[in-house]
Design a binder for this molecule. Structure first.
Ligand SMILES: Cc1ncc(COP(=O)(O)O)c(C=O)c1O
Length: 407
């Protein structure tokens, strides 16, 4: 587009910096929360779209279909039954709000609860999308270290006590307890009980982000914090991005009316895309349970290739725990590696990684760490991409000192 009109002086102060223009996907893409292209149930979605549109297409004539502003009723029905079966949650259709991806859920919950200068508690390593939102809102995010069972309750207790001494009541404790992003841990039931106890003792609600809960390797998961809470002080969010496909942009919030009524008032898009909701409900009700094990199996296979290739190419320089599910591997490289710099040189060679500091409240701790998403690249691309990454890392930082056990 051409023209000389200058909009710049019209942008109000505080507007986020402009987006960087997309110039195409990198050749080897280990970033983002993308999914496995071969596992998108394309035929099932086509059949579902055909059936549901023929049956109910005319309801598209009204905003909110015939279901009202909280989202397509059959999708909420599917979710209520699924959350009961898998996460032991008891919720009715009225407790569920369908949103445009769980990112919108984060925005709505933050919009309802947070003001500049507030404090929240989060996991020290956590989802970048949560961190950037909190930074933009001017909210103080206190990070709690993790171990192999997720957020450490001893450290949480210390922080809650510290904050209370300073008269600070955090607005929420944000956690990804079931396949944590980026570390891939699952918080066991016992620790969930401790977390709920602390939340009650200090009167701080829990914000439970459960978008990876369908992707545990064994197909089993502890009950959701929402299910275990006796006070109702848990807001639960989830998504179809990781179980079906992220481009659909369908997520959900489960909470009581006191909260949902506020989120609905903030949700100013007159409802999330109806076609996606209709197709998902039509597909998921009969087919979700058979789709998920196939997806898990494929993801697990890719993870094996990633771990094998890292061992081969980086040797002992790359350390990691096998994640309990999901689509990410959180890798620790020696302290001499700065993954923010590695990100730049790897990108120039066609390999995209997520540098650790962007997924952490503790820059020093995460400097040598990186997050690799293994869901989208093929096994061959994983092998090739990690091989290039090791070459770049060696050329830039001298790590690994030997490549592929060959020299
Ligand atoms: C922990 C977590 N929450 C929320 C999201 C947002 O997902 P979506 O908006 O696609 O549902 C992601 C995406 O990667 C995530 O990892």
């Amino acid at each position: 587009m051409t023209g000389s009109f200058d909009f710049t002086p019209l942008f109000p102060p505080g507007l986020p910096a402009g987006a960087v223009k997309w110039t195409g996907a990198p050749r080897y893409n280990f970033t983002g929360g993308n999914n496995d292209a071969d596992q998108v149930p394309v035929e099932g979605l086509i059949a579902a779209a055909d059936t549901v549109l023929r049956r109910e297409g005319r309801t598209l004539a009204t905003y909110g279909l015939a279901s009202g502003p909280q989202g397509y009723r059959p999708l909420r029905q599917f979710l209520a039954a699924k959350l009961k079966r898998d996460a032991r949650m008891s919720c009715s259709l009225d407790d569920i709000l369908i949103v445009s991806g769980s990112l919108q859920a984060l925005d709505l919950v933050n919009g309802a609860l947070l003001a500049k200068g507030d404090t929240v508690i989060i996991e020290e390593e956590t989802y970048q999308g949560a961190l950037t939102r909190l930074a933009r809102l001017g909210v103080n995010a206190v990070g709690i270290p993790l171990d192999r069972d997720g957020m450490r309750m001893d450290m949480l207790a210390v922080q809650l006590a510290n904050l209370k001494r300073r008269d600070i009541r955090p607005k929420y404790i944000y956690t990804i307890p079931t396949v944590q992003n980026p570390t891939g841990t699952i918080m066991p039931e016992g620790r969930r009980m401790e977390l709920l106890k602390l939340s009650e003792e200090y009167d701080v609600p829990i914000f439970e982000d459960d978008c990876y809960a369908d992707l545990t390797w064994e197909g089993l998961r502890p009950p959701a914090l929402h299910a275990m809470s006796k006070t109702g002080g848990v807001i639960h969010i989830g998504s179809f991005s990781k179980s079906i496909a992220p481009a659909l942009r369908v997520g959900y919030v489960v909470a009581g009316w006191q909260v949902l009524s506020r989120l609905l008032a903030l949700k100013t898009d007159a409802g999330s895309g109806a076609l996606e909701q209709m197709v998902l409900a039509e597909f998921c009700a009969p087919r979700f349970s058979e789709h998920i094990p196939k997806l898990r199996h494929s993801l697990r296979g890719k993870l094996e290739v990633l771990m094998e290739t890292l061992n081969e190419q980086f040797g002992t320089a790359a350390e990691f725990d096998t994640p309990k599910g999901g689509i990410f591997l959180w890798v620790r490289l020696p302290d001499s590696v700065d993954t923010l710099k590695l990100f730049q040189s790897a990108l120039a060679a066609g390999v995209a990684i997520n540098p650790g500091p962007e997924w952490s409240t503790n820059g020093a701790h995460s400097k040598g760490r990186m997050r690799l998403c293994f869901a989208n690249p093929s096994k061959e691309e994983i092998r090739q991409g990690i091989t290039v990454l090791a070459q770049v890392c060696r050329a830039t930082f001298g790590v690994p000192s030997r490549i592929a056990n060959r020299e």
